[in-house]
Design a protein around this ligand. Structure first.
Ligand code: IMP
Length: 374
């Protein structure tokens, strides 16, 4: 089967980028299916004849682009902030990685605008003490617009008058809901007229493209973003992102049927980290947590925030396996645990003495951390 998938098995930042970098050497197309520039992959690779170690940061673009022969595809399931797309393209170019003619974006992908990012921040303020701790990249507001059928998609950019009219109406709607905030609506419309021209060569009918690639026997790698516990359905709702980060999102975010999917690889960190608010049953708010943070260099690639740290949670892993059906695992950061005398693993959740059958829908406040059987 020519389509392989790499997914995060926990709360993200498991080290998917590193695996994608290794696998990208053998694939023809590396595709993303969900999320936006809320994701973050840092890859260090030797570049050029002198093999100079270079650090590349990917947020929106598929990190398989690191292989100069690999095509990068941004699927219909993503929400795209066009200025950030070009900022990333330009940064890669400046580091000697040319994406010309090998980076494509679906005409059905939704657009994230600066006003979505402003609204993301305003929503968080509104939530106060129970804020999600979003990346403030406008992801939630853009997916909300998609679900309420008022969003703008990439293809809308190429009918400027209709785009301008819809754009004005949407911004007015945001002013009504959140009160007036500083925003140059007409300036944005003009900026997007220019950006649309620059974006044109990248835009394709991604469904036809990926199906042709599969039919031609091309090897396709789907790079998951975020992870299952941040999935809008199966994660710790509402402390989640706004997309489907699970295997279902691969089908809906690229337009490929389940039967075309071959290997599903789950990336597992040997302990657990999470960024932002929400339940984290095995979190260690003590010296162990600080040790994992320091030893594992657990700082966010996208926001620079310190990641919350705790033990590996096998209840999460079972939930993850049931939903994503992994064929294999890639275990990362095992060496971070080297200097610990004792390593613990969460094995079950007990509520009033009763073991829960799976990861609960509600916040799991009561849990018991058991030592893994040796
Ligand atoms: P949003 O995706 O910016 O709306 O953020 C929603 C939640 O997902 C927040 O808790 C974020 O910290 C978390 N999140 C989003 N992207 C990532 C990621 O790449 N790694 C880890 N957490 C993430």
């Amino acid at each position: 089967m020519s389509v392989s998938v790499v997914l995060g098995t926990q709360w993200g930042d498991e080290g998917k980028g590193k695996l994608v970098d290794i696998l990208a050497a053998e694939v023809d197309v590396c595709a993303r299916c969900a999320g936006g520039n809320n994701a973050g992959h840092t890859i260090v690779v030797p570049i050029g004849p002198e093999k100079i170690k270079t650090t590349f940061s990917f947020h929106l673009l598929p990190s398989g682009l690191i292989n100069p022969k690999c095509v990068g595809l941004i699927g219909n399931g993503l929400v795209v902030h066009v200025p950030s797309f070009f900022a990333e393209v330009d940064a890669l170019q400046a580091q000697g990685l040319d994406c010309t003619g090998r980076l494509f974006i679906s005409d059905r992908a939704h657009l994230v605008f600066d006003f979505h990012q402003i609204v993301d921040g305003l929503k968080e303020v509104e939530l106060g003490g129970s804020s999600i701790g979003t990346t403030k990249k406008g992801i939630g507001p853009a997916y909300s617009a998609k679900a309420s059928r008022s969003g703008l998609r990439v293809h809308h950019l190429f009918d400027h008058d209709t785009f301008a009219e819809k754009f004005r109406r949407i911004v007015e709607g945001r002013f009504k809901r959140y009160g007036y905030f500083e925003y140059d609506t007409e300036g944005e419309i003009q900026r997007y007229k220019v950006l649309a021209e620059r974006l044109k060569p990248y835009v394709i009918d991604s469904v036809s493209y990926i199906h042709k690639a599969i039919a031609d026997g091309k090897r396709v790698l789907v790079e998951g973003a975020n992870a299952i516990m941040l999935d809008i359905d199966f994660g710790t709702y509402p402390y989640v992102t706004s997309s489907q980060t699970t295997i279902g999102g691969v089908c809906t975010g690229l337009g490929i049927p389940p039967k075309k999917i071959g290997k599903i690889i789950g990336v597992v960190k040997a302990y657990t980290t999470r960024v932002g608010g929400g339940p984290f049953p095995t979190e260690q708010l003590n010296d162990i947590g600080v040790y994992l943070q320091e030893e594992g260099r657990e700082y966010g690639t996208t926001t620079g925030r310190r990641r919350r740290c705790g033990w590996l949670d096998l209840v999460v892993m079972k939930h993850s396996c049931l939903i994503n059906g992994y064929d294999s695992f890639n275990l990362t950061k095992l060496d971070v645990l080297d200097n610990l005398e004792e390593i613990k693993v969460g094995v079950k959740y007990l509520v009033n003495g009763e073991e829960l059958p799976g990861f609960p829908a509600v916040d799991c406040i009561h849990y018991l951390l058991c030592r893994a059987p040796s």
